[in-house]
Ligand binder design. Sequence first.
Ligand SMILES: [Zn+2]
Length: 166
Amino acid sequence: MTYKPGHVHSEASRKKMSESHTDVPLSESHKKALSESRMGEKNPNYGKTFSEDHRRKLSESHKGIVYGPPSELTKKKIAESQTGDKHPGWKGDEVGFATLHEWMRKMYPPPELCTKCGLNKPLDIHNISGEYRRDISDWQYLCRKCHQIVDGRHEKLLQRNKQRNT
Ligand SMILES: [Zn+2]
């Protein structure tokens, strides 16, 4: 007959061992002791409010959830909403007004001096025809002063045309 380790223990000792190793529910007295240690005067937080530091940590962790950095999905959504036909400045095939100015500046960097008076640094890019063609011949780099003059003339011209038409 082969030897089995289990046979070492007697029935009685095995019973004792199994009892002590089983997950017996906590006894009532034990539970009471535990709950008492977490409540009332024995509770470390009893009778005092959260410290400022603790509150700050709590609010920070809360902010982390609500205002945390956008997830990859959110970033993608934002990017999508700002490009293509969803972009507020996007008008079909044309470049938006401000974007076109930027585009012209990029394609045709401004000269050192105003193309009209040749005295001042050109700050503005002026569209000549009002058609906003993507062609430098339709654009002028003007200093603020000349731009105002040109715009003023343009305004007068428009008013003259208006008067002529009415
Ligand atoms: Zn000028």
